[in-house]
Design a protein around this ligand. Structure first.
Ligand code: AMP
Ligand code: MG
Length: 315
């Protein structure tokens, strides 16, 4: 398939997942966690394979061009599939160009700074893809659902007015705009899991001893705040889906489908950047050819002057 056709197919595929900037969405009403686009798992696995190859190629070019960076933000409730998505979607790319950061309960040093500080320290460099496994969005999710987190942030009283969440949304939007205006693209994915699928995945984590480490009593406690989280997510998605950094709600009840969506979203952004290997100028190219002659002249008795050129001719 040609580049243009492929880019168009990917754009069409991801379109229904986007939260249109300015829309007020309600998760339960507007997005179905079980959606799989009429696709079967077998076709999905093949498609993911194609996507992973595509990502590997584009990531290599992104690194070579060294002008843009990409930040992938992954949010979801517990057992939403963030870890598995990262593992599968990034399986083909060069680890040198990818940095994954997970964000947990903040340390005392982190609490001693503004709320974006620890995330800013993990942003991608040009040429890199950074992945946030949980992100700055926790600051308007878990912190909002459990206000005791906010108490720990040592905010002076005059900053704790009724507009605090609106101010955080605005700060996040401004920060992301600044990043995008400087060549850093954001891919924001919310893995949208149903409550029933979370129940199944928790049970699996309890039933399989090798999965026990992934489960904690805190996960059950958080599940009791399901409704509060749905509300916080809905409001956050509505307030922070912007033209420069839109949100995508990925149906997450079928892991294989969620992974295809994540690969497609990342591919879409990389194809839009359309990075390429830098070409050397005429003068440099001439110098390379002169060096080639010298190397050929050094060929030992019986060896090909340029073994690589010979091999290419034979193919
Ligand atoms: P996990 O991703 O399962 O290792 O869990 C990390 C935990 O850290 C989750 O329970 C998050 O809600 C929590 N967490 C992440 N960011 C924050 C934050 N900014 N404030 C408080 N808790 C957080
Ligand atoms: Mg957890």
């Amino acid at each position: 398939m040609g580049y243009k056709k492929q880019a168009k197919r990917i754009a069409e595929f991801i379109e229904p997942l986007r939260v249109e900037p300015g829309d007020r969405i309600r998760l339960a009403k507007d997005f179905d966690p079980g959606f799989r686009g009429g696709m079967k798992k077998k076709d999905g696995v093949e498609l993911l394979h194609t996507g992973v190859e595509l990502l590997a190629e584009y990531q290599a070019r992104l690194a070579a061009q060294d002008t843009h960076g990409v930040l992938l933000c992954l949010q979801s409730l517990d057992a939403g599939g963030k870890d598995g998505t990262i593992r599968h979607v990034m399986s083909g790319v060069n680890p040198q160009g990818v940095h994954v950061s997970g964000f947990k309960v903040p340390s005392s040093e982190e609490l001693d700074h503004d709320f974006l500080w620890r995330y800013a320290a993990r942003l991608p460099a040009r040429g890199d893809i950074a992945i946030f496994n949980r992100s700055h969005y926790e600051e308007v999710l878990v912190v909002r659902v459990h206000p005791e987190n906010l108490d720990r942030q040592k905010l002076p009283p005059e900053t704790r007015g009724p507009d605090l969440w609106q101010q955080r949304y605005r700060a996040i939007n401004d920060w992301e705009r600044h990043l995008s205006e400087n060549g850093f693209r954001l891919v924001k994915i919310f893995l949208n899991l149903s409550k029933e699928e979370q129940r199944r995945r928790f049970l699996k984590r309890i039933d399989l001893p090798e999965k026990n480490w992934k489960f904690s009593a805190a996960d059950i406690r958080e599940r009791q705040y399901w409704h509060d989280y749905q509300k916080a997510f809905s409001e956050m998605l509505s307030a922070t889906s912007t033209p420069w950094a839109p949100w995508y709600v990925v149906p997450a009840d079928h892991k294989w489908f969620a992974r295809i969506c994540a690969a497609a979203l990342l591919a879409h952004t990389l194809m839009d950047i359309d990075p390429d290997y830098p070409e050397v100028d005429k003068k440099t190219r001439k110098a390379l050819l002169a060096a080639k002659l010298d190397l050929e002249d050094e060929a030992p008795e019986g060896a090909a002057r340029d073994p690589y050129a010979e091999k290419r001719r034979d193919r």
